[in-house]
Ligand binder design. Sequence first.
Ligand SMILES: Cc1cc2nc3c(=O)[nH]c(=O)nc-3n(C[C@H](O)[C@H](O)[C@H](O)COP(=O)(O)OP(=O)(O)OC[C@H]3O[C@@H](n4cnc5c(N)ncnc54)[C@H](O)[C@@H]3O)c2cc1C
Length: 411
Amino acid sequence: MAETKSAIVVGAGMVGLATAWHLQERGVEVTVLDRHGVASGSSWGNAGWLTPGMAMPLADPSLWTYGPKAMLDPDAALSVPFRFDSALWGFVARFMAHATPGAWRRAMAALTPIDRLALEAYDELEAGGVHATSYASPWVIGFERERESRPFVHELRGVARAGQEVPLSRLPDGVRVPHLSPAVRSIWTLEGQRFIEPGPYAEALATSVSARGAKVLTDAQVTGVRRVAGGTEVAVSGHDTMTSDVVVIATGAWLPDLARQFGVRTRVQAGRGYSFSAPVAGSPIDHPVYFPARRVACTPYQGRLRIAGTMEFRGPDEPFQPRRVEAIVNSVRGLFEGVDLDSREDEWVGSRPVTPDGLPLVGRTAAPGVYVAGGHGMWGMVLGPATGRALATLITTGQTPEEIRPFDPLR
Ligand SMILES: Cc1cc2nc3c(=O)[nH]c(=O)nc-3n(C[C@H](O)[C@H](O)[C@H](O)COP(=O)(O)OP(=O)(O)OC[C@H]3O[C@@H](n4cnc5c(N)ncnc54)[C@H](O)[C@@H]3O)c2cc1C
């Protein structure tokens, strides 16, 4: 196998940047290109949860009861626009076909090896000079009714059966958690997870990649990738054509635009989520809060609380839908005390790169020297560093690490 000396990474999200960083660790000269800027896709306003214990397949059997109800409720957390779009409905059909107990167990088994490496991969970045912090904290998980906790507890037991430690416990009745209203009656905690401020973390990673000698070019939209003698050629709007030994396509929800021609047939659908931040009265909330029945995730962010939710299957470049933010606000009003949901800042929409089978696409394409890294759906932040490390190993040694073996992009 010829030595890889240079690589172009397309996409400066968490996955592309982590891949760039690990290629540099292995002595590869790297250029990172992004059509907008660092973390301008899904890696900015997400919840920042590094929760391997919850990094499970998105399609689960409860979708068969929840999904049809959601279709009729414009404010439901799951949203698919009613319009003629055969590709979109084809994706929804394939996604639903994976919402069975057997498919969930298979996908969970495939995710478990990389889940188990996720936090240690963050330690490696931070020990290796990335000036950002992943914070350890217990998660607070709240339900209004005891019975609402059962599907969540059942799923976490499935994660534990697949081989992860999931230290989940219920607080005794009557114990109050500051800032949660008395309406939240069943309260659980989950240990062993971490969180980050995602945009600043990605920026710190990009700074480290630049400081180690990479060019990180923004406003650099890649319009074509092709194989040429001895390497790959990348067409970039506003720049001269660039060449390198290998190319990594890490373009999130836009991955098929460049990867389809190299045999990557799995549809990556934008599962759009929304977030905003809200001020908290008194002392700030210093731990994440999760309302699984409302499908809303909350994380400390810059002294405020970032509140995120919604899974909206639309195109990644469609306009922001203010109604989705209202739906999140309405779903958690009454669950908090002292969180001012009407003083919102940083309203944001981002596109999770969702695959029908719940597994990422990481590895070789049909063209030598062209690789893809993406399709992590809800879990690209927690799995980004471990993904980048494994892919850099594959590129520089030709050996596929076990933890990405199930994510073959040509499946
Ligand atoms: C509301 C919400 C909450 C979430 N919470 C969490 C969480 O708590 N934990 C977690 O692990 N994950 C979470 N996620 C998912 C996570 O954000 C994604 O899985 C992750 O950001 C994907 O990273 P990526 O690098 O693959 O893609 P992106 O971050 O989307 O990066 C892709 C980049 O490619 C660039 N690009 C696209 N096309 C081109 C082109 N042709 N040329 C050049 N550049 C291009 C884009 O500009 C973009 O910057 C959440 C997502 C949302 C929406």
